[in-house]
Design a protein around this ligand. Structure first.
Ligand SMILES: CC(C)(COP(=O)(O)OP(=O)(O)OC[C@H]1O[C@@H](n2cnc3c(N)ncnc32)[C@H](O)[C@@H]1OP(=O)(O)O)[C@@H](O)C(=O)NCCC(=O)NCCS
Length: 195
């Protein structure tokens, strides 16, 4: 089946809604080995006043989404994912840029996240946007006790303005699944774990 081509000018970013959750959970399952449940997203949208979740869509179809917690002047990314069949085409850059812009507009000065030490694709994306490693949380991911790399970036408009021309790149090999990377303290809380 041929896939609709990405048209950058047709992409829309908007807040995530409760009716999006079924699709979001499908993308979670494609993207992560330990996907969040519908209940977790439901709680985030209904109860977490610090949470800001956005989706990226084209012609009404959700292609990716990201979430963060905004606490005073810091934004903590909880998750970011692109539909598997659309990965490697520059959408992650557009989405992360939009999340950074939004956090900046809402008053955040810095952004942080955790990423699995083996998730090199995500780390490259983050480095492109000025994220730098600041430490390790040993055994942070309970599914395989993998370490998390903690990264921080200053929210500087110059950084995302530079990323305006995404080039397509070859897609990830079919079946190669990324492991959840930005599941930060919020994810642990959602899973009932202590940070
Ligand atoms: C990580 C993710 C959000 C990136 O989105 P994407 O649309 O695939 O990435 P983009 O095409 O925008 O590429 C952004 C950068 O990521 C890196 N990247 C993307 N695909 C890559 C690949 N196949 N090989 C190496 N680096 C890659 C590059 O640094 C790239 O920038 P460049 O092309 O200018 O070098 C997406 O792949 C995804 O959803 N993965 C599964 C879930 C996940 O791992 N989320 C992050 C958890 S921490």
């Amino acid at each position: 089946m041929s896939l609709p081509a990405i048209r950058k000018e047709a992409l829309v970013f908007r807040s995530m809604r409760l009716e999006d959750i079924d699709t979001i959970v499908e993308i979670e399952k494609e993207a992560f080995t330990a996907p969040w449940t519908a209940e977790a997203f439901n709680n985030e949208l209904k109860q977490n006043l610090f949470a800001k979740y956005m989706v990226m869509e084209q012609d009404g179809a959700i292609l990716g989404y990201g979430g963060m917690w905004l606490i005073v002047d810091e934004a903590h990314v909880t998750n970011i994912a692109i539909r598997e069949r659309y990965q490697g085409q520059g959408l992650g850059k557009l989405l992360l840029g939009e999340m950074m812009k939004t956090a900046h507009w809402l008053g955040a000065k810095r952004m942080t996240l955790e990423v699995r030490v083996t998730n090199e694709i995500a780390q490259r994306l983050y480095r492109r946007f000025g994220f730098e490693p600041s430490g390790i949380r040993p055994g942070y991911y309970s599914d395989n006790m993998e370490d998390a790399l903690i990264m921080w970036a200053d929210l500087d408009p110059e950084v995302w303005n530079k990323q305006d021309n995404p080039e397509p790149r070859s897609r990830r090999t079919p079946g190669e699944k990324a492991e959840r990377g930005t599941a930060g303290s919020s994810a642990r809380a959602l899973e009932g774990e202590q940070a």
